[in-house]
Structure formats: C-alpha cells, structure tokens
Design a protein around this ligand. Structure first.
Ligand code: SF4
Length: 217
C-alpha cells in the first residue's frame, strides 16, 4: 500500500470517529482512487457517503429515496434528465455519479452550481461552495413574478423567507400589482445596482458555471 493511501485511510478513520462524515467520505474516496482493491474501505466509504447525504438532504434519507430514483429511471427509460448540484463534497465523484444514472437509462446528467438561496447564515453553503460569487440580477427578472400558494407575489423564487413581497393577490388584483409602486421601486433598485438594499439579493451568492462545475454529457 502506498504511504499516501495509508495517510488518507488514517485521515478517513479519524474523521469517521469524529462523525465528520463529509471529511471521511473525501478521504476514503481519494484512497480508493489510488487503490480501488481495498474492499473493506468501499464499505466505510459507502457508509460515510450515505451519512453525508442524510445530513445535507434532511429530512430525506438516502435509503428512502434511492429506490425511487431507480424506479423512475426504469419507468421512463431514455427520458429522465438528471440535475446534480456540485459541491466540495461530491465534485470528485462527478464521473461516478454520471455513470450511475446513465447506466440506469437516464437521458442526460447535468451538473449545476449551488446557490446560497439567500440564507442569512451561509456557514453550510460556505463549506459546500466551490468558488462563490455575489449574484446581481438585472431588472429583467422583474418581468417574471413568483406567486406563492397563498397569493403572495415575490420577485424571486429564491426568497424562501418571503421577505421581498410586492403585494398579495388576496388583497389586490394582479393588474394592481403589475403597475404597483413596489414592483417599480424594486426594478429601479436592480437597475441602479442597489442589490444591497434588498434583503434577498444582499445575501444571494452562488457558484458560477465554469471551470469548477463539470460539463454535462
Ligand atoms: S435574490 Fe436577487 S440576486 Fe439573487 S437570484 Fe434573486 S433576484 Fe437575483
């Protein structure tokens, strides 16, 4: 065994013992690329992988959704387009992820950059993002409006906290909202590059499609 492999396995074991599953996954993955014949490490790697996924995808759990993915791929052979968010945790596995879906009949696997989704606390995003930049949309986005299930109208689908509403269909007509002062004011702020004045936009960061995000097949 190469000494680098030994080092990576020790690193993976230490991370596993500390229940730092993403770090364990990364270390085991690198060790396996150097030495794929380490059967017992594949088991450790699989465990770290599912723990990482369960952490990032709460409340979903990998064992609950994986058979659904396989069922969808079986039911719609050659028709399923797959979008995979690329992060520090899975970038090295992009090829294997693509192969997994394509072998099961997916039509296309696309790798997408991740967004902070306007979260105020970007700690988790910061640990996952590859090379994040502030996103600064042009006022053209105001031509599309997002209508939530209770009628609240938002400027952006990333506004999960619903802090930048421009009206509600429960209290105003759609025509009133279209010509309303909130929509016009927001459009002006975006045109003048004053994104910092919008609670959503000032906390909006994302990786960009480019050298860090693998091309689709
Ligand atoms: S929050 Fe603002 S900058 Fe981010 S995507 Fe939405 S409109 Fe664009």
């Amino acid at each position: 065994m190469f000494s680098l492999t030994r080092y990576l396995l020790r690193k993976g074991d230490a991370a596993r013992d500390a229940r730092d599953w993403p770090a364990a996954q990364r270390a085991y993955s690198r060790a396996l690329r150097l030495n794929p014949s380490l059967a017992y490490i594949w088991v450790q790697y699989g465990h770290a992988l599912s723990e990482t996924d369960n952490y990032l995808m709460q409340p979903l759990r990998l064992e609950r959704v994986q058979h659904k993915l396989e069922e969808i791929l079986r039911t719609f052979p050659g028709k399923v387009h797959v979008s995979v968010p690329v992060t520090t945790r899975n970038r090295d596995e992009a090829g294997a992820i693509r192969d997994w879906f394509m072998e099961r009949g997916a039509r296309l696997v696309v790798f997408d950059p991740i967004s902070s989704r306007c979260a105020e606390d970007r700690t988790l995003f910061g640990s996952l993002a590859l090379n994040p930049h502030p996103i600064r949309c042009s006022p053209v986005i105001m031509d599309d409006l997002i209508v939530d299930c209770d009628g609240q109208v938002l400027i952006c689908c990333l506004d999960f906290r619903r802090v930048e509403g421009i009206g509600s269909l429960a209290t105003h007509s759609f025509a009133d909202i279209l010509v309303g002062v909130h929509r016009e004011t927001t459009r002006k702020l975006l045109a003048e590059n004053c994104h910092e004045e919008l609670a959503t936009c000032r906390s909006c960061y994302a990786d960009l499609r480019g050298e860090f995000v693998p091309a689709c097949n």
